[in-house]
Design a protein around this ligand. Sequence first.
Ligand SMILES: Nc1ncnc2c1ncn2[C@@H]1O[C@H](COP(=O)(O)OP(=O)(O)O)[C@@H](O)[C@H]1O
Ligand SMILES: Cc1cn([C@H]2C[C@H](O)[C@@H](COP(=O)(O)OP(=O)(O)O)O2)c(=O)[nH]c1=O
Length: 193
Amino acid sequence: MFIVLEGIDGTGKSTQTRMLAEWLREQGREVVTSREPTDGPWGKKLRESASTGRLSPEDELEYFLKDRRQHVDELIRPSLDAGKVVILDRYYFSTMAYQGARGFDPAEIRRRNEEFAPVPDHLLILDLDVDSAIERIGGRGDTTNEFEKRDALQKCRDIFLSLTDEPFVHVIDTHGDLDEVQQQIQEAISGTV
Ligand SMILES: Nc1ncnc2c1ncn2[C@@H]1O[C@H](COP(=O)(O)OP(=O)(O)O)[C@@H](O)[C@H]1O
Ligand SMILES: Cc1cn([C@H]2C[C@H](O)[C@@H](COP(=O)(O)OP(=O)(O)O)O2)c(=O)[nH]c1=O
């Protein structure tokens, strides 16, 4: 069973990943949680670039793909093969959204990823309006940089919401409190895990 949580920054992915893992473990399931970018060499370079200066769009896309290939080979496939539940905080849908917002074609990004990356059983898209998301991550929204950020996050949100007509995709409204959001997530996957 392979479950992915996606959504723009501040929607609660990391918090909900922990809560979902705990719920499934209580039911006796063996659960592995992970995130992208990973803590491996490519993921580290990507995280560092947030403070040392953003990579070119082309390099950034390549690094995310390299990071993901390693993640699939070393953690995702082996864990799924061993019958574990794998829960990821971000995956290739983030590349579609964020690198899509930087100008690449989301459909082409998806195609390149699905050549090597398994499609999840459930994609939970945690949705929140951009202003509330920025508030949760502590942004004030009154500088040029913040305006740019808002514009980019809006593009990302639109790309995430464009994915919703597929049967394995569930949109989760995260305007409510943590427990309400977790409840929606459990309902979305219930009966299948
Ligand atoms: N439903 C919610 N209501 C209120 N605050 C929330 C909610 N979900 C997350 N938060 C808070 O928002 C911040 C970002 O949450 P986090 O789980 O790190 O999001 P993400 O991993 O999507 O960036 C944290 O301070 C968290 O406690
Ligand atoms: C997985 C992935 C993440 N990202 C971006 C989204 C985030 O802004 C950033 C780091 O992700 P994340 O660790 O979720 O951010 P934070 O810890 O600050 O919530 O990487 C991409 O641009 N493309 C991708 O393929």
